[in-house]
Design a binder for this molecule. Structure first.
Ligand SMILES: *Cc1c(COP(=O)(O)O)cnc(C)c1O
Length: 219
């Protein structure tokens, strides 16, 4: 479990450098691993875990149902998997990538007490392989979902950093998302989910308060 402790130490060190008042949450992305490694991290105090496939999330939730794990969904959500996902009662869905998906989820969530917490995914790197709202369309989409989708609690934004070796390019994509997030804070956005194993430090420098870390923890 040195990888967890080492990583938390590094995050804390960076946090103190960039903004000692910011509260940062780390979601352990368990998509590469099995229930034994999840249990191990759990026993060290980690409570938030994330998966990118509904099937995997449902299976791990079932296998580990004795533990009060907080599950996050971070992957592409097909509309025919929504009901399956809702059964797991995810704590947060990070990856609402279109108005169509938002409306569909809102419809299926009508009997979920208190509604479902969600983030909108922004394709701030403008990469075709990535899902998400383009930055130009994000604010309008956010406000529309906020006013029309009463069963969704919009909590903020999620983004995947640019796929690049050049940290300036990655930083640029994070800055775009951060600017959008700042604009939306007056509309209740509090979560900015950015940063993976390879770019979490750049994400923290650019306003992230939720990291999604997989390989760095489980390898
Ligand atoms: C897999 C994945 C992660 C974690 O990736 P690592 O580079 O292994 O830390 C984070 N976010 C999303 C959306 C992912 O699909």
């Amino acid at each position: 479990m040195n990888s967890l402790l080492n990583t938390l130490e590094k995050i804390e060190k960076k946090r103190l450098q960039v903004d000692r008042h910011r509260v940062i949450k780390m979601v352990a992305i368990s998509k590469y691993t099995d229930k034994e490694s999840i249990k191990e991290l759990y026993s060290c105090g980690q409570r938030a875990f994330g998966e990118s496939k509904v099937q995997d999330l449902a299976e791990k939730n079932e296998e580990l149902k004795e533990l009060p794990i907080e599950w996050h969904f971070i992957g592409r959500l097909q509309t025919n998997k929504i009901n399956h996902l809702l059964k797991v009662k995810p704590t947060l869905i990070h990856s609402i990538d279109s108005l169509t998906l938002a409306y569909e989820l809102d419809k299926r969530a009508s009997d979920v007490k208190g509604g479902i917490d969600v983030l909108l995914q922004v394709n701030s790197a403008y990469e075709e392989s990535k899902a998400g709202f383009l930055p130009e369309a994000l604010q309008e989409g956010y406000l529309e979902i906020k006013s029309e989708c009463k069963n969704l609690n919009l909590k903020g934004l999620m983004s995947i950093g640019a796929h690049s070796e050049d940290s300036a390019v990655i930083e640029k994509s994070f800055k775009i998302t951060h600017n959008l997030f700042e604009t939306l804070q007056k509309d209740g956005a509090t979560i900015l989910s950015m940063g993976m194993s390879g770019d979490w430090d750049i994400a923290l420098e650019n306003g992230s308060n939720m990291l999604r870390l997989g390989s760095i923890l489980f390898s």
